[in-house]
Write a protein that binds this ligand. Structure first.
Ligand SMILES: Cc1cc2nc3c(=O)[nH]c(=O)nc-3n(C[C@H](O)[C@H](O)[C@H](O)COP(=O)(O)OP(=O)(O)OC[C@H]3O[C@@H](n4cnc5c(N)ncnc54)[C@H](O)[C@@H]3O)c2cc1C
Length: 300
């Protein structure tokens, strides 16, 4: 590992050893990652990906960690953090080019200021371009797929541009080739009216603040909505709203959110998830599928 660290530092990336992933993820749980590596620009990012793919060390890419739970036993290998890859540029009258670590909310603010409309749906989604496209993030009747024009992916040593029609998206899922890393994207918006966009964003945020536990650490919706019923309503009907294990519980405000009272472990959270899955199947015959991603060393 020491040789690898030296090679990574030669590229210019910032390296943190034994990094507590509870400091990285929005739910504030998870053990230590061997290394968290932050490229400072896109060429370092590509060089790092090429280096790691030719090593036998496992690696994973994270944006803001707002949709990710890390096991208590942490992560063996490298977490590549895109947090410094934040460039956003309006490249013609209606198109925005953004690096993989650009925050969706910052793109929203910039595009509204430029008189563009189309990104308002993302108000309050705390992720990045990479995480947002990977998850096909959405809210308020919009999804990222609606505004994607071109996505650049790194795949097995090459950076490739994919047009919107070449990517299959579905509810909270993108079907990018296995092993793809999103490096940047162009979003296509429309000329709009800034005051109307600001009004929509305010309405979305008011609704979010009233219905979601924004004051406590959480990781957004835990489960995808099954076809029959909204996941939050189902969890409530199963009698699990407010139910807790250790330092984690299903929010009293919105049952599809798990909140961390401050001392939750990943194990607490995962036991809650398993409880809801089991009860949904037993009581209602419904198979709940997690929206949140779980990564790291499983056996905790
Ligand atoms: C308070 C709160 C509210 C939320 N509300 C919503 C909502 O309304 N709608 C919604 O859809 N989501 C919501 N989320 C979930 C989350 O914000 C989104 O899924 C977001 O898009 C995740 O982005 P991220 O950068 O944090 O991803 P991360 O959690 O860092 O990563 C998520 C997944 O994407 C992969 N990934 C990240 N970057 C890349 C990349 N560059 N290339 C390839 N793969 C990558 C990771 O490996 C991981 O599997 C919410 C979360 C919170 C905490």
């Amino acid at each position: 590992m020491n040789d690898l660290i030296m090679e990574i530092e030669t590229i210019g990336c910032t390296v943190s050893c034994l990094y507590p992933m509870k400091k990285y993820t929005w739910l504030r749980v998870g053990g230590l990652a061997d290394l968290v590596v932050q490229p400072n620009n896109s060429s370092e990012f590509l060089e790092l990906l090429n280096l790691l793919s030719s090593s036998n060390v496992p690696w994973v890419v994270l944006g803001e960690g707002s949709n990710t739970i890390v096991y208590d036993k942490g992560i063996s290998g490298v977490v590549i953090s895109t947090k410094k890859l934040k460039k956003i540029e309006i490249i013609d009258e209606t198109k925005v080019l953004a690096e993989s670590g650009a925050i969706l909310g910052t793109i929203l603010n910039k595009t509204i200021k430029a008189g563009l409309t189309g990104f308002e749906f993302a108000a309050g989604i705390p992720g990045t371009v990479g995480g947002g496209i990977f998850m096909n993030a959405g809210a308020n009747d919009g999804e990222i797929k609606d505004v994607v024009d071109t996505v650049w992916i790194w795949l097995r040593g090459e950076e490739i541009a994919l047009s919107r029609s070449e990517i299959k998206f579905e509810y909270r899922k993108s079907h990018l080739p296995e092993g793809s890393v999103i490096t940047k994207a162009i979003f296509k918006l429309e000329q709009g009216n800034s005051s109307e966009s600001v009004r929509s964003v305010k309405n979305y945020m008011t609704k979010r603040n009233l219905t979601q536990p924004i004051k406590m650490s959480n990781t957004g919706s835990i489960f995808k909505n099954p076809p029959q019923i909204a996941a939050g309503q189902l969890i409530e009907e199963l009698g699990l709203k407010g139910f807790g294990i250790g330092g984690a519980k299903f929010s009293d405000l919105h049952a599809n959110f798990i909140v961390n009272s401050g001392n939750a472990t990943a194990r607490d959270v995962l036991e809650l998830i398993e409880t809801a899955k089991r009860e949904a199947l037993l009581q209602r015959g419904i198979k709940l599928e997690t929206e949140v991603r779980v990564i790291g060393n499983e056996n905790n």
